[in-house]
Ligand binder design. Structure first.
Ligand SMILES: [Cu+2]
Length: 153
C-alpha cells in the first residue's frame, strides 16, 4: 500500500502548486489609481474570491513599489470620509468575495517609490493563511473595470 499513499501525496502537492490553473483565490477587477508626482501613497482595488471549500484569511500584503502596504476601510463621519487601517486577518468564507472598491475599501500603498503612471501597472503580493502568496498585477487606470462601472463613487 505504501507506493499508493505516496502517489496520492504527490498528486496533492501538484494540485497545491498549480495555482495558475485553478487559483485558490480568484483575483478580478484589479486596478490602481494614477498618482500625481510627489505623492507618497496610492490606492489599489481588487475583488478576491475564495475558491477553496474552506475558509481562508487575508493576512498581509507587500509591494516592490512601496515601503509598506495596508488595508484601509472608509467610513463617512460628519460628511468627511475617513480611512481606517484594518488590522488582523480578514476572513474569506468559501465562495465569498472580499472587495476593495472605491468608496468602501482599498489596498493602500504607503511610501511609494515612484508615481503610479497611467497605462503602467503595480504589483501587490497578498498573503493568505491557506492559499499562501498570490501576486496581483494591477493596471493603473483612471476608471474602474466594467464590472464596477455601475458603482457609486
Ligand atoms: Cu488609505
Amino acid at each position: 500500500m505504501k507506493p499508493l499513499i505516496l502517489a496520492v501525496a504527490a498528486a496533492a502537492a501538484v494540485a497545491t502548486a498549480s495555482q495558475a490553473a485553478a487559483p485558490a483565490i480568484a483575483v478580478s477587477d484589479a486596478w490602481a489609481r494614477p498618482t500625481p508626482p510627489g505623492a507618497t501613497t496610492g490606492a489599489v482595488y481588487a475583488t478576491l474570491t475564495n475558491r477553496q471549500p474552506i475558509a481562508d484569511a487575508l493576512l498581509s500584503a507587500t509591494s516592490p513599489e512601496a515601503a509598506k502596504v495596508e488595508f484601509h476601510s472608509m467610513t463617512m463621519t460628519g460628511g468627511v470620509m475617513h480611512m481606517n487601517a484594518v488590522t488582523g486577518p480578514q476572513k474569506l468564507q468559501p465562495g465569498v468575495a472580499l472587495r476593495f472598491d472605491p468608496g468602501a475599501a482599498h489596498i493602500m500603498l504607503v511610501g511609494l517609490k515612484a508615481p503610479l503612471k497611467l497605462g503602467g501597472h503595480v504589483t501587490v503580493v497578498l498573503r493568505f493563511a491557506r492559499a499562501g502568496v498570490i501576486t496581483v498585477e494591477a493596471p493603473v487606470s483612471n476608471a474602474a473595470p466594467d464590472g464596477m462601472a455601475g458603482m457609486k463613487m
